[in-house]
Design a protein around this ligand. Sequence first.
Ligand code: CO
Length: 209
Amino acid sequence: MNLKGIFENNQKWVQDKLDVQEDYFEELSKGQAPEILYIGCSDSRVTAEDMMGVQPGQAFIHRNIANMVSNLDLSSASVIHYAVSFLKVKHIVVCGHYYCGGVKAAMQSEDLGILNPWLRSIRDVYRLHRKELNAIKGENDRYNRLVELNVQEQCVNVVKSPDVQLAYRKGQLTVHGWVFDIHSGKLIDLNLDMEDILQDIMEIYRLAD
Ligand code: CO
């Protein structure tokens, strides 16, 4: 890849925007009011804004390896706090993707150094859903199902945060689990029944009355 080309692309992008709207960047500089917080994988093939067709200012984005929302990860916690309490987003989306390298790595017995504690959270998802996963015959199918279940468990982790619980209770927020299918380019809504999932866990995680 030619890095010089990136700056040329940028110049062209700026010009394209200005051609359509003269004060585009002036408007953009005034502030942001995105309605969606998108939490996705860092995978270079899963381009958040491009794949969703959203414009600058429309989605608050957080990406990390395997779209994780880890308890002690200050980065994702800060993003969620800011998005919910200050930007007042209406939707939080956790978007996984089939053929996720992070999820695949967590299915294998391999020492991956600094990545071990990160991927261990995915191994925990496997353990939680071990019965269902072990019953799946094909390795690829099991792998893709783990991708979906990982999305589900990260949605649960989102709801564990006090900011989200308060907004949820007031009916200001909904949480969604999606998967991007690299093979077809399609975005799939897992239609997670968050109410049902929450009923199961709120007894333990409830932080707000
Ligand atoms: Co991935």
